[in-house]
Design a protein around this ligand. Structure first.
Ligand SMILES: [Zn+2]
Length: 155
C-alpha cells in the first residue's frame, strides 16, 4: 500500500542562483511527490492556488539525491528543494471544543478563548488555547482524558 505524504516547499535553491517564475509560484505551497527516482526526472503535484484547475504537475530536472525522512532535501541537476512534511489542508481540523476531563477529580474543563487558561478543581491539569490551539498542562500525562471536539477544515 502506498501512503501519500504531503509537503510544503520550504526552500528552493537553484544551482545558478536564478529564481525563476515557477520557483516563485511554488515556493511555500503544499505538494505531493508523484515521482522521485534517483537518475530520473522528478515530478511534484503542487497546489498553486488555482482552484479552478486544482494541483499542477511540476517537472523537476534529473534527481541526484534524496535525503531525509519527514523533511526531504531533493537535489536535482538544476536545483535543490527542501520539502517540509505537513498535514494537508484536507485533513486539518478546526477546534470546536477544546476540553479535557481530569481523571483524578472528574472535573471537565474547557478553554473557550485563546488565553482562557482553565485548571480543574484538584489542580492536576489545565487547558488553554481556545479554538486556536490545544495547550495542556498536567502533573502527569495520564491524569486527563481529552474530550475535545473537531470538525474538518474543508466542509
Ligand atoms: Zn483534577
Amino acid at each position: 500500500m502506498k501512503t501519500v505524504c504531503y509537503y510544503e516547499i520550504a526552500n528552493i535553491r537553484p544551482r545558478n542562483d536564478l529564481i525563476n517564475s515557477t520557483h516563485k509560484t511554488i515556493l511555500g505551497r503544499q505538494c505531493q511527490i508523484t515521482e522521485l527516482v534517483v537518475g530520473q526526472r522528478g515530478w511534484l503535484l503542487v497546489d498553486v492556488g488555482d482552484d479552478s484547475f486544482g494541483p499542477h504537475r511540476i517537472a523537476l530536472s534529473n534527481v541526484l539525491s534524496v535525503v531525509g525522512d519527514d523533511d526531504l532535501i531533493i537535489e536535482t541537476e538544476n536545483t535543490i528543494y527542501t520539502l517540509k512534511r505537513i498535514t494537508p489542508k484536507e485533513e486539518q481540523k478546526i477546534i470546536v471544543r477544546n476540553a479535557i476531563r481530569c481523571n483524578i477529580c472528574g472535573d471537565e474543563i474547557e478553554s473557550k478563548q485563546r488565553h482562557d487558561f482553565v485548571t480543574c478543581i484538584c489542580g492536576a491539569c489545565s487547558v488553554d488555547g481556545g479554538s486556536d490551539y490545544l495547550r495542556r498542562c498536567f502533573k502527569s500525562p495520564d491524569c486527563f482524558t481529552d474530550i475535545s471536539v473537531y470538525k474538518s477544515a474543508v466542509d
